[in-house]
Design a protein around this ligand. Structure first.
Ligand code: 5GP
Ligand code: ZN
Length: 120
């Protein structure tokens, strides 16, 4: 298992630090963002450490993330209304936590501006 000692999302994903979890399986877990930008704002993170989607993320982990999106949409009641998935990469992408994660935003009408809430 590749985890980084100084990585907050490694700690949360492996329950070294507890968070507000909404979904978990063998490969990924999901918890509520501490600064939510929408009624549903959940972060899906792999249990193993990858710097971003640009890292060598195994296909099974990407599939687990896609499955988690659907499960979270169901449990949050936003399957019909819709949602947005965002993954930020690097400095220009606005990535602040260097552990690959996918934001799931929903529960309100999101602006067509893809950068909504993420622009500085
Ligand atoms: P990024 O900017 O890297 O795409 O997103 C990082 C997200 O993680 C931000 O939306 C931030 O609010 C959230 N975040 C950072 N640290 C923590 C934490 O310790 N717990 C939770 N629940 N969210 C965090
Ligand atoms: Zn990590």
């Amino acid at each position: 298992m590749t985890v980084k000692d100084d990585c907050i999302f490694c700690k949360i994903a492996n329950h070294e630090i507890e968070s507000n979890y909404v979904y978990e399986d063998d490969l990924v877990c999901a918890f509520r963002d501490m600064s939510p930008l929408a009624p549903t704002h959940v972060l899906i993170v792999p249990k193993q450490h990858y710097d971003s989607i640009m890292d060598d993320v195994p296909a099974e982990v990407l599939a687990a993330i896609a499955h988690a999106v659907k499960e979270i949409a169901k449990s949050e009641g936003i399957t019909e209304s819709g949602l947005r998935c965002v993954t930020n990469v690097g400095e220009d992408g606005g990535q602040t936590v260097k552990h690959f994660h996918v934001h799931v935003l929903g529960g309100r009408k999101l602006s067509p501006d893809m950068g909504e809430g993420f622009a500085k």
